[in-house]
Ligand binder design. Structure first.
Ligand code: ATP
Length: 357
């Protein structure tokens, strides 16, 4: 092993040890707000609440059974759009849908596996978090998608466990669920995201991240083949379909010479449907991107010769959700998602690295 590789492995070891001694509680700020939506809320109202509060997801609460009912994310709205496209004559019904018809219902840990489909058992079998199962909802059933798996962690479990569970279940955020001592019922403490975890790592582990001298190219970080792209003139609906088919949450927008102009993200769908006018989905990507909030920070790029160390510097300094890999002339080369970075940090050099999609 070369000295650079030795240093790289030392840095990764340091990061993994850090994640094993810290808990999800440590990631939370001293004071924070948590917006929880009642599962009986009309979908239309939920959109306005998200937009007004500048958030893109929220935990759901089943007030009939006083328990956590899953996480509402942009994927749920994308499912709703798929439903609308497949059943356009049901537009009136879409207006009346409540969140409970949108998002999977969470079942208690004691529910036996036998009650869920085989596909689900397979998906869950390697996961210690298999204590939470999800039933297909009306919309998920109608459009034929598998329900999102809702995994959760206890806030005092090691952060390494939360990250590992997130990566293995392909969840981009994970709710922290505790049990109230007095009532013995579930309490939603907060939700942690890949973004928050990577920011926490970047801010607190500089002595380790500065050892990560291998470049993006050398460690093969990100995706470089079969990249899914869009043109400014494509419709929002086209791009949403691409995201669903390829199970990705962002599509770089390029010109005819493959020069990167912008990135359309799953969360960009929310402003398009907030008024309840689904016709806006036939708008072009260019028009939809104009709806972004004024304080949108822009997109972040890097090059294949950038070291992982410098990516951690960008994560430390900015609100990065993904990096577009470009060449000197802004031609698209690849995409690095937060899950790519987290996966490398946790599993590089271990058996799981190749097996986690
Ligand atoms: P999020 O970005 O929502 O936090 P994530 O980190 O899982 O979630 P995704 O954008 O869903 O990010 O990426 C999932 C995988 O797909 C990653 O390995 C990433 O490199 C790859 N990927 C991302 N965007 C594209 C794209 N436009 N074309 C092809 N592959 C992509």
């Amino acid at each position: 092993m070369s000295p650079v590789d030795e240093e790289q492995m030392l840095g990764l070891k340091g990061l993994r040890e850090f994640l094993r001694v810290r808990t999800s509680y440590d990631v939370l700020p001293l004071s924070f707000r948590l917006i929880v939506l009642d599962n009986d809320l009309l979908i239309k109202k939920s959109l306005n609440i998200l937009v007004q509060n500048g958030i893109v997801s929220a935990p759901l609460w089943d007030s009939h059974n006083s328990r956590f009912a899953g996480l509402l994310t942009s994927t749920d709205y994308i499912n709703l759009i798929q439903y609308y496209c497949q059943f356009p004559d049901q537009v009136d019904k879409v207006e009346e849908f409540r969140l409970s018809s949108l998002r999977g219902m969470t079942l208690a840990p004691q529910v036996p596996y036998a009650s869920v489909s085989v596909g689900y058992q397979n998906k869950l079998k390697n996961d210690r978090a298999a204590d939470v199962l999800v039933l297909t909802t009306d919309i998920e059933k109608a459009i034929g998608v598998l329900p999102l798996e809702t995994v959760s962690v206890h806030p005092s479990e090691p952060l390494y466990e939360a990250c590992s569970r997130m990566l293995k279940s392909r969840a981009r955020r994970i709710p922290l669920i505790d049990i109230d001592d007095e009532t013995n019922r579930e309490t939603i403490v907060s939700v942690i995201t890949q973004y928050r975890i990577l920011k926490f790592i970047a801010v607190n582990t500089e002595p380790h991240t500065m050892l990560l001298k291998r470049t993006v190219r050398e460690i093969g970080l990100g995706t470089y083949k079969n990249l899914i792209t869009a043109k400014m003139s494509d419709t929002v609906l086209d791009v949403i379909n691409q995201m669903v088919v390829h199970n990705i949450s962002a599509v770089p927008v390029v010109d005819k010479n493959n020069v990167v102009l912008n990135v359309f993200e799953a969360v960009d769908v929310i402003p398009c449907i907030k008024s309840g006018v689904y016709d806006e989905l036939t708008f072009s990507v260019g028009e939809a991107l104009c709806k972004r909030a004024d304080d949108f920070p822009g997109i972040y790029t890097c090059q294949e010769d950038d070291r992982l160390e410098s990516i951690f510097t960008t994560l430390r300094q900015s609100r990065v959700h993904r990096l577009v890999v470009i060449d000197d002339n802004w031609h698209l080369k690849g995409m690095i998602s937060l899950s790519d970075i987290l996966k490398y940090v946790l599993f590089y050099g271990e058996e799981e690295y190749a097996t986690i999609a």
